[in-house]
Design a protein around this ligand. Structure first.
Ligand code: HEM
Length: 458
């Protein structure tokens, strides 16, 4: 085993683990610790990072085809594992034995910029923060956010008629406006633009491969943007406490901890910025995939149109599931093993970074016949009953399961419903078809879609 190599991230989960002494025992495994697991070392220094960056989905598909349901690879200076298959995902995400840390798994990526992110918290602390944040996701709150989104969608679709749209740009715009109106409670304008520009720089910083702010300009800019957004949010929190609205920030500004005290502004800011991070790229991805598959499969668009009367009808749900099965907005979900564990009879030493690779998991042939084919009927109630509950996991599972899942589903349904009610979509012939799966699944080029108004009664 290599010498102790603690990830220099800090943050609440890590402090909690350090306090229990579990973190102090962790080191990253070296090749000899993982030699019984097939995989690839790649180039000196950079490992397989160039191949991953070139095409994450193809890299996973090749590794899966060669090594099966568990494989290792070297990147960012250490070994990582990917696992697929319902049994492994249940072990990793449901984690009945509490053998994994989400904070340690996501820490290297998220902690330097967002040390207070919910996803970085483990154990009791996570439970408490999730309970607090969950208040802002109650059904009544979601219904309010949903009304705002439905309105935005109506306006936007009105502008699309007779035009060729760039589906990803439009999906991003919708997600951005939703964040401004429903999460921040601001109107569209310069203040909102400033807040969202800071947010965009933070998101850019999260992607910077180097963790040292002096080596990575994007990360450095991300840290500066975080400080600016913190200041802006602190002012907004004060204003919302005096005059609360129905927006998410108003709701969290009024949250109280177990002792009845209002949360501190920096805790609220961290909570809120993480929420934007968790929601923004994932929703842009899901809405873009919705538009793409509606355009590419007009037969399904017609079926959804015929189902209009039933707002939560099964076909809409099946359609959305198939969109995110093929294009999972969160392609890999990370954990770090806190103790020796076993997947498919192979021992994985404590300290190993383990990712549930959803791109590959959602295309396992024994679960999804002809996995690359778009076919929402896979999610008929009968076929769903036959599957393992972790065969399909776009929102993760277990204690960190996506808090925004219901909101995300209802937004995607709302977009699909509004589109098929008013329009017919078709993929522009010169539009590229490839997707790039990092950090969220997105089109490789400009995904162009033609929008035509549906004539009344047709
Ligand atoms: C289709 C869109 C989305 C997908 C596919 C998605 C996926 C996920 C996944 C896989 C996780 C679990 C990560 C893990 O276990 O390590 C997660 C967590 C989370 N998501 Fe989402 N997400 C989506 C949209 C949203 C939205 C719209 C919001 C908020 C408005 C949101 C808020 C969160 C939060 C707060 C967590 C952390 C939960 C925790 O740590 O307890 N997500 N999401």
């Amino acid at each position: 085993m290599t010498a102790l190599a603690r990830i220099p991230t800090g943050g609440p989960a890590l402090d909690g683990l350090a306090a229990t002494g579990r973190l102090a025992r962790l080191s990253h495994p070296d090749a000899s610790d993982l030699s019984h697991i097939g995989g690839k070392r790649g180039l000196p220094l950079v490992g397989v990072m160039p191949q991953i960056l070139l095409d994450p989905a193809r890299f996973s598909a090749r590794m899966g085809a060669r090594h099966g349901r568990i494989y290792r690879f070297h990147a960012l200076g250490r070994w990582h594992l990917h696992v697929v298959g319902a049994e492994a995902l249940e072990r990793l995400l449901f984690d009945p034995a509490r053998s994994f840390s989400a904070g340690e798994g996501w820490g290297p990526l998220v902690a330097p910029l967002l040390p207070g992110a919910l996803l970085l918290r483990d154990g009791e602390e996570h439970r408490e923060h999730r309970r607090l944040m969950g208040e802002a996701f109650r059904q009544t709150a979601i219904e309010k956010y949903q009304l705002i989104f439905a309105d935005l969608v109506e306006q936007r679709i009105g502008r699309w008629q007779g035009r060729r749209i760039d589906a990803y740009e439009e999906a991003r715009r919708l997600t951005f406006e939703m964040a401004v109106l429903a999460f921040l409670g601001l109107s569209l304008g310069p203040e909102a633009d400033r807040a969202m520009a800071c947010f965009a720089r933070i998101a850019g910083g999260l992607l910077a491969i180097s963790y040292n702010p002096w080596l990575s300009l994007a990360r450095h800019r991300g840290l500066a943007a975080k400080a600016e957004l913190d200041r802006l949010l602190a002012g907004l929190v004060e204003a919302k406490r005096r005059e609360p609205g129905e927006d998410f920030l108003s709701r969290v500004s009024l949250l109280r901890d177990g002792e009845g005290a209002l949360l501190g502004t920096s805790a609220i800011s961290d909570m809120f910025i993480f929420l934007l991070v968790a929601a923004h790229d994932t929703m842009s991805s899901a809405l873009c995939s919705t538009l793409h598959f509606l355009a590419a499969h007009p037969d399904w668009a017609e079926r959804l149109h015929d189902e209009q009367a039933d707002a939560q009808g099964p076909l809409h749900a099946m359609f959305f599931k198939e969109c995110v099965r093929l294009n999972p907005p969160a392609p890999v979900v990370w954990r770090r093993a806190l103790e020796d564990v076993s997947f498919y009879g192979k021992t994985v030493p404590a300290g190993t970074m383990v990712g549930a690779n959803l791109m590959l998991h959602h295309r396992l042939e024994n679960v999804w016949p002809q996995p690359g084919r778009f076919d929402p009927s896979r999610f008929s109630p009968e076929l769903e009953r036959e599957r393992h509950r972790f065969d399909f996991a776009p929102f993760g599972g277990g204690i960190h399961k996506c808090l925004g899942m219901h909101l995300a589903q209802s937004q995607a349904h709302s977009l699909a419903r509004a589109v098929v009610a008013s329009s017919r979509l078709s993929s522009a012939s010169n539009s590229p078809q490839g997707w790039y799966a990092w950090p969220s699944c997105r089109p490789r080029g400009r995904l162009l879609i033609d929008v035509r108004r549906r004539s009344p009664g047709s």
